[in-house]
Design a protein around this ligand. Sequence first.
Ligand code: WT7
Length: 676
Amino acid sequence: MSKKKAAKPVSKKAAKPAAKKAVKAAGSSSKSLLVENRVFKPSADFVKKARISSMAQYQKMHAESLKNPDKFFGREAKELSWSRPFKKVLDWKCPNAKWFVGGQLNVSVNCLDRHLDGPRKTKAAIIWEGEPGEKRVITYQQLHRDVCRFANVLKRHKVKKGDRVVIYMPMVPEAAVAMLACTRIGAMHSVVFGGFSAESIKDRVTDCGATMVITADGGYRRGAVVALKKNVDDALKGGDTPVKSVIVLRRTGQDVHIEEGRDYWWHRELEYVDAKCPAVAMDSEAPLFILYTSGSTGKPKGILHTTGGYLLHAYMTSKYVFDLRDDDVYWCTADIGWVTGHSYMVYGPLAMGATSLMYEGAPNWPENDRFWRIIEEYGVTVFYTAPTAIRAFMKWGDEWLKKHDLSSLRLLGTVGEPINPEAWMWYHNQVGGGRCPIVDTWWQTETGGHMITPIPGAIPTKPGTATLPFFGVDAAVVDDLGKEVGKDEQGKLVIRKPWPSMLRGIWGDKDRYQKTYWSDFKGWYFAGDGARRDKDGYFWIIGRIDDVLNVAGHRLGTAEVESALVSHAAVAEAAVVGRPDELKGQGVVCFVTVKEGVKTSRDLSEELKKHVRKVIGPVATPDEIRFAAALPKTRSGKIMRRLLKQIASGETLKGDTTTLEDINVIAALAAASGED
Ligand code: WT7
């Protein structure tokens, strides 16, 4: 892995203005973001095989996709299998989009059946490795059979078209089988990440009105068993949810409670069904799934995606951004509980007929080289992971990679948060051996698929930028009045046209959909992120500018954590802010005032951390609890987060800022100044 070969900046057309001032990776990521000028062009070898192989070709296609979306997407959509062709590509009345009007299709048919006529029939659809080390290879033919049989289990339990099914599973192939089985009969799934608590499951089950939960006895994580079924039991305790049946996969084999008449073993249910299950033809705009994500209020939003547009975008981005081929071994390390696991572990790659690798457990189990071991063993060619993971690998040291042959890799990707140039360079040199393009893909649960991303054979990359918009994406950086800001100026990231995989709503809350996404700028989608564009027009994502944190690539609403804290008997008031964290991007700092008569202590702070884990789940574990006698507020009573953020990251006050007094002094000052 030669560093020299890797870091050669180029100065061809598109890269021209940027190439002159190559700089060293700076120590501080925010600083280096501003001066980052290195440009990397894909190798001639990569370009030769790429579907889109020049900047000019990208620009031409992007221009057509905006100017003539009907023609562009009409053509692309023909690559999917439709049981009834669509009559109209787009019907747009802001904020309601209908794509491929009149068309009917089935997602499982597009991901499975259509690959069975040719050589893909016996190709690996999913390669799976369990954390303890088991290995399974599931061909398209086998996956089709598994999905059909499980779809019949759903039917046996009276799950119908339009019903909601919650999936709370470890990273096992059956999770994908459950998702695809839902799509086969037109039921909607809502996958809940295994790191969420019983209470979070209950909230989601109740909000979407799920009649079935699919789970497992447990899953493996860092050598321990996560008690998934127990969490489901706790969530359903009291019987006040709409859930009628729970299907339980046996994964870990530990004892679990089985509630007569409600709980059924997955393997037993399969004994009653056959392997024939016709797919239901679904309207292009039929709901496909709901995925909950955090917003700026305490209540997570059920993001709704529909069938045709979502599938097309997942398919198209897998084709153009990951440039997937029949001989690729593609590995996305995301969990199925996040949108990345939906679009880029299941739907996108399978719609392409690709081989998708799935690994159940932690990257450092049993040792720090587990990922590199997997890449070597299976000959992974395309690898998609998160900056937070990359920073952890960097910290663990290069020796873990050096033990393994990573030469099969040809393309790398990142997602979830801005990647600092240092981490980008390390990824490029150490993992990619200097030869693999990196696609830094900016998108969101709401967008369904990649929005701003390099096209690897066409768009030269720079460390830390997601570069340019994908086809059909009309992105801009604007000021509060909607005017585009100047070069290198920071503003709000908006999307000015509908795109096929955009969310179609928030489940059960029409007003919130309109208000959250479409009311800051009339007719435009506001993403909640800040960004700037450089002299080449590249987008540099700064991060969330609303009250949403990004902790290790996971989205977390500060209001959610606050409401979890105040649900504890000792807490009077809480304010939660993020502070920069070297590994996780952001850490969670909670300022807490306690009720009269409660004594603050280290024990109480540990108890509050545990309480948040219990209410939301381990994903939301606070890094620090700081007790204060009062919180700084404006005259109108708004908590001054800006101040708290500065305190949390030690910006305002020199020396020890952690004491009660410091915060109280500020609270007093803030109250006196009445800043609003
Ligand atoms: C937020 C969306 C998209 C799947 C995973 C997260 C941040 C995401 C990038 C990137 C900079 C990024 C944004 C966005 N984000 N990708 N490549 N560069 N920031 O999905 O939980 O819906 O979070 O993640 O802030 O708004 P999500």
